[in-house]
Design a protein around this ligand. Sequence first.
Ligand SMILES: [Zn+2]
Ligand SMILES: [Zn+2]
Ligand SMILES: [Zn+2]
Length: 157
Amino acid sequence: MSLTAQQADRVLRLFHVPSLTADQRIGAKCSWCTIPLNERTGRIDLGGAGAWTPHACTTCYDARRTWLDTYYRWLDHTRTCHACQRADRCLTSLGHRVLYLAALGQVDRPLGDCPTCRHPIQPGDRFEPRLSDGQSGLIFGHTHTGPCPEAAVNRHP
Ligand SMILES: [Zn+2]
Ligand SMILES: [Zn+2]
Ligand SMILES: [Zn+2]
């Protein structure tokens, strides 16, 4: 599965939080970093109509585009790699993980909870992407790889 630019666009629009300010709702300021948008910052249309026309600066948009791209590349790998399906150590997966965590660090998103142990996944844990269908679209989640770490189970959030 590869991600088209159109699909990526649709996904990135779902990132909006309902708490946008008036300036953000009309696209005068970036939906994510809140800088005033102009020719220099770029002004990327995130969809919407009427009084709801959120836009983003090029830096924020590209960071999220990269995050999504690294997520899908890693996910593609884990779905077809025999080592990954056995939860064995896999160097290719490790490479994807490094790129993914670097991209994730630029978009300020948590890894979320592991669907198996229901505890928050930490960047140091062994984990992999887990894509699922939610009520309002795809959920770009993660799951521990192999047995969930004891530390996660005993960790108190
Ligand atoms: Zn921005
Ligand atoms: Zn692998
Ligand atoms: Zn877990």
